[in-house]
Ligand binder design. Structure first.
Ligand SMILES: O=P(O)(O)OC[C@H]1O[C@](O)(COP(=O)(O)O)[C@@H](O)[C@@H]1O
Ligand SMILES: [Mg+2]
Length: 390
C-alpha cells in the first residue's frame, strides 16, 4: 500500500442469537464468523479483521480498500452472521438469527437489521482509532459523549489549547424518522446542535468532521431496528468509531466523555432507561434485568490497514467510580419498577410490545362524569359553551 492510499475501517454488528437469553454469544458463533472473515482475508478482500462481542451482539471489525457501503464487504458480513446464526440454531440458542430481518442479502446490510459504522481514511502517520460497542441501548446513546468530546471544552482541553482543533468541529445530525440530516457547526451553533440531539430517540450525531480541513473524525451507526422491522425485535445496540490524537481529541479526552454514566434508553425489552456503564471486555455481558446498558471501548493503531491492538480501554481502575455510580443509578431506576421515567415515555413505547397490551383494554373504557366536569371547566376557561367545546 502506497503512502496516502485510502483504507476503510468498517464495523458491522448484529445479534444473531445468544446463550442464556440475551447475555452473550456462544464461542462457536464467534468462531464461525471468524472463519468466514479469515477466508476473505486470505483471498485479499479484507486487509485485517477482529471478531468480538458486547453482550449478545457480534462485532465484526474489518479493514479493506473497498470504501464505505461496499457490497462485497456487506455481503461478507452478512455471510459471517448467517454462519453464526446457523450455529445458534444448531445449539438452540435464544433468538437465533434475530437481527437478520430478511431471508436474502440485497447489496447492502443497511435496512436488513445489522448496525453499520464505517469510515474511509487516508492513514495518518500514526492512525489512532477507538471503536465503541454498546449493548441494550440505541444510537442516540452516543449523542452526549460525542458532543462532549468534540464540543465541550470542560471535557476536551484540546478545544481550547490545541490550535489544530481550536476552530471546532462540524456535527452531522441525522433524523431517524425522516431519513434526513443537517450539518451544524460547533462552537457557533452548539445550542442548535443541543436543541436537536437532546432528543436522542430521534436525532443522532452520525458523523463529525474537523472544521479546519474537513477530516472525518467520527461515525456512529444510526440503524433503529424497530423502525426497520416495524415492530419490536430487539434493541439497536449501536457502534461508533472515533479517530484520536494529533489534532484530534486525545484518547483520554475521548474516554473522559464516558466517565459520567448518563441515562439512555434500551434496557430490558428496549423499554427502560438506565445508565450507560463503561466496561472492559470481561464485563461485556448483561445479566441484571438484562443489563444495565453498557459500552466497551477498544483502542487501535492502524498500520497500512493492519489492526494493531486492541487495548481494552475501559479496563482501568480510574473508571471504577463511574461503574459504581452507574450501579447505584441502576438500583435507583429499578426501584421505579414499571413506572416512568424508568419505563420509556408513551411515544417511544409505541415501538415496543406495549401497544398490543393496551389494544386489549381499549374497548373496556367507558365515558365518565369527570370528562364532563373537565369539559365544562375548559369551556368556562375559554369562554365557549360546552357544546361549542365538543
Ligand atoms: O420476548 P422475548 O423474546 O423473551 O424478548 C425479550 C428480550 O428482548 C430484549 O430486549 C433483547 O435485547 P437485545 O436487543 O440486546 O437482543 C431483552 O432485554 C429481553 O430479554
Ligand atoms: Mg444486544
Amino acid at each position: 500500500m502506497s503512502e496516502g492510499e485510502k483504507i476503510t475501517l468498517s464495523i458491522i454488528k448484529a445479534d444473531v442469537g445468544s446463550m442464556s437469553g440475551h447475555v452473550m454469544p456462544h464461542p462457536d458463533q464467534l468462531a464461525a464468523a471468524t472463519k468466514v472473515l479469515a477466508e476473505a482475508k486470505q483471498k485479499g478482500l479484507l486487509i485485517d479483521f477482529y471478531v468480538t462481542h458486547v453482550g449478545d451482539d457480534i462485532q465484526l471489525i474489518m479493514t479493506h480498500r473497498k470504501g464505505v457501503d461496499a457490497p462485497e464487504i456487506h455481503e461478507l458480513a452478512w455471510n459471517a452472521f448467517q454462519a453464526a446464526a446457523k450455529v445458534a440454531k444448531e445449539l438452540k440458542l435464544y433468538a437465533a438469527g434475530q437481527d437478520l430481518l430478511s431471508d436474502a442479502f440485497s447489496g447492502n446490510v443497511r435496512g436488513l437489521g445489522p448496525g453499520v459504522a464505517e469510515i474511509e481514511m487516508v492513514e495518518r502517520k500514526a492512525e489512532t482509532v477507538i471503536t465503541f460497542h454498546a449493548d441494550k441501548t440505541e444510537p442516540g446513546a452516543f449523542n452526549l459523549p460525542i458532543f462532549r468530546i468534540f464540543a465541550d471544552p470542560f471535557n476536551t482541553a484540546g478545544l481550547v489549547i490545541d490550535p489544530r482543533m481550536h476552530e471546532g468541529f462540524i456535527f452531522e445530525v441525522y433524523d431517524v424518522f425522516e431519513g434526513k440530516s443537517v450539518k451544524l457547526s460547533a462552537p457557533e451553533e452548539m445550542y442548535d446542535i443541543l436543541a436537536l440531539i437532546g432528543t436522542p430517540s430521534r436525532y443522532v450525531v452520525r458523523r463529525v468532521y474537523r472544521k479546519s480541513d474537513n477530516l472525518q473524525a467520527a461515525v456512529v451507526s444510526v440503524e433503529r431496528l424497530n423502525l426497520i422491522a416495524g415492530k419490536y425485535v430487539g434493541k439497536d445496540d449501536p457502534v461508533a468509531i472515533v479517530r484520536a490524537q494529533h489534532g484530534l481529541p486525545a484518547v483520554g479526552e475521548v474516554l473522559e466523555a464516558f466517565s459520567f454514566p448518563h441515562l439512555v434508553a434500551g434496557w430490558m425489552r428496549g423499554s427502560h432507561h438506565g445508565p450507560l456503564i463503561p466496561v472492559p471486555q470481561r464485563y461485556a455481558r448483561v445479566t441484571r434485568f438484562d443489563g444495565p446498558p453498557r459500552v466497551m471501548a477498544l483502542g487501535w493503531n492502524i498500520a497500512k490497514g493492519r489492526l494493531i491492538g486492541p487495548v481494552d480501554l475501559f479496563d482501568d481502575v480510574a473508571f471504577d467510580e463511574t461503574r459504581k455510580l452507574g450501579v447505584q443509578i441502576a438500583e435507583y431506576m429499578r426501584r421505579h419498577g414499571p413506572f416512568m421515567p424508568h419505563r420509556l415515555g408513551p411515544e417511544e413505547m409505541e415501538y415496543t410490545t406495549l401497544p398490543a397490551v393496551l389494544e386489549k383494554l381499549k374497548d373496556r373504557f367507558v365515558k365518565t362524569e369527570e370528562v364532563h366536569v373537565i369539559k365544562r371547566h375548559s369551556a368556562l376557561l375559554s369562554g365557549t359553551s360546552e357544546e361549542e367545546h365538543d
